[in-house]
Ligand binder design. Structure first.
Ligand SMILES: [Zn+2]
Length: 469
């Protein structure tokens, strides 16, 4: 079935122009004027932008953490993502030491297969490197198309890997064509500071931030970047929150190291003072790394504008305030870390970034979609509007104003981190491989319609992903 999107303004990471878009068999078949013959359906996008669908490279759906499980699974999470203009996600597959990696991947397939409404892939957590892991990794890259690994430098005695593991992961990734992602905070020092705070009776949510100062993020970021230089490998630093970390990424890039950095909406618009909200409400704003002093926001915006940081992830990791965040009453270390963001990443970034003149509209597309597709082996199948690409399309009204609220959002969680915030610009309709998932702001998709994404090896993104796999 052919669909024609007419009268819209197509925006990519490079261009902005008025043209019609013909969709056939889930792909973009033609771009131009007067393509009107033979389309069964014509969609009028007058006054709207036609964007490539957002790609969220950082989600935690249906993930166990601290004795509880994130409240959004692959169904509610991907529906909310689609409402927000995101048409692909890459979720983190957690592994258990001593168990075959393929078992963990199987678990993640089971969580997602019949639920996802948009396309999805997995990053794989690496917490140890031994003979078994080294044997499995080439097979996983080849058979599963998982071409990015995540190493935690924090969460001591839970997820944290040591430097040897990080270094050997970097070497392995270089050898086989994968990108290493790091959660960069010094877990040993944080562990010490946390125990000290608890001993001194400092148990309120604000101590979550005070025991993870920006220097420990800067230190770990610098260490990971230096090790990447030694290994001659490639590194992607997730959720960069502060000036100290931006500086380290910038220094490494200036030396010619292959290092990229991601930030998240929460670090761009919220700050450390939110953790001091009364009645334990500060727990809603507990992320790791923590929210920082407000002046860091300008540093992060400038870093995105200047290309020192390259992408925006959501770090979607939702826990209800009632019953989940509340686990940390009287002990901030028991507050599950994370927040609900998947739905707001795209439009909040458009509103605060493009509408407020901080970044250009082409940078917007690059940061929320195109660059992510390129780094994670999805380009040009995803991340752009071009003939032959998947028809993952967002029809976006740039002038619609709305107020973000838990009352109206679609995530399965009882609060919004951005409650009451006014944003300009809203996705009206969203298509995944040519099929409507959101139509005129109504969900019309089907759980299970999202496809698993096998991704190309790092550095081979000039070739279509499906041929490389
Ligand atoms: Zn995360």
């Amino acid at each position: 079935m052919k669909k024609l999107i007419t009268n819209g303004t197509i925006v990519t990471a490079a261009d902005r122009y008025e043209a019609d878009l013909l969709i056939e068999d889930g792909k973009i078949a033609a771009i131009g004027k007067n393509l009107g013959t033979g389309a069964e359906e014509v969609i009028d996008a007058r006054g709207a932008y036609v964007f490539p669908g957002g790609i969220d490279p950082h989600t935690h759906l249906d993930m166990p953490f601290g004795g509880t499980v994130t409240s959004d699974d692959f169904e509610t999470g991907t529906i909310a993502a689609a409402y927000g203009g995101t048409t692909s996600i890459i979720d983190f597959c957690l592994t258990n030491k001593g168990e075959p990696l393929k078992n963990a991947i199987q678990t993640w397939h089971e969580k997602s297969k019949s639920k996802a409404v948009i396309d999805y892939g997995f990053h794989l957590m690496i917490s140890e490197v031994n003979e078994q892991v080294l044997e499995e990794i080439p097979l996983i890259i080849e058979e599963e198309g998982i071409t990015s690994f995540k190493v935690f430098m924090a969460y001591k005695n839970v997820f944290q890997a040591d430097d040897e593991t990080l270094f050997r992961t970097l070497l392995t990734a270089k050898e086989h064509g994968a990108l290493v992602m790091v959660h960069a905070e010094n877990g040993d020092v944080i562990d010490f500071l946390v125990n000290k705070a608890l001993k001194e009776g400092n148990t309120a949510p604000i101590y979550h931030a005070l025991t993870r100062p920006p220097e420990v993020e800067g230190e770990a970021t610098g260490r990971a970047a230096q090790l990447t230089g030694v290994a001659g490998s490639q590194l992607y630093v997730v959720h960069v929150s502060c000036a100290e970390a931006v500086e380290k990424i910038d220094q490494a890039r200036k030396k010619g190291y292959q290092v990229w950095g991601e930030t998240c909406p929460q670090y761009l618009v919220l700050d450390q003072s939110y953790l001091e909200k009364p009645n334990f409400e500060g727990a809603k704003y507990v992320w790791s790394p923590p929210l920082r002093e407000k002046w860091n926001q300008e540093v992060l915006w400038n870093a995105l504008k200047n290309g020192q940081l390259q992408t925006l992830g959501s770090d979607q990791c939702s826990f209800n305030f009632k019953g989940q965040k509340e686990l940390g009453v009287g002990d901030f270390t028991k507050i599950p870390n994370g927040g609900p963001i998947i739905e707001d990443r795209f439009s909040l970034f458009f509103s605060e970034g493009v509408k407020k003149g901080r970044i250009s509209i082409n940078q917007f597309v690059d940061i929320v979609s195109t660059r992510i597709a390129k780094l994670f082996g999805l380009f040009p199948r995803k991340g752009t509007i071009a003939v032959g690409s998947d028809a993952d399309i967002v029809i976006f009204d740039p002038n619609k104003e709305r107020v973000i609220s838990a009352e109206t959002h679609h995530m399965n969680v009882d609060y919004s981190a951005f409650e009451g915030m006014k944003v300009t610009g809203e996705p009206i309709s969203v298509l995944s491989r040519g099929e409507f998932v959101i139509r005129e702001k109504e969900f019309v998709g089907k759980p299970g319609s999202g496809q698993y994404l096998k991704r190309a090896r790092f550095g081979s993104q000039e070739k279509p992903a499906e041929k490389v796999r």
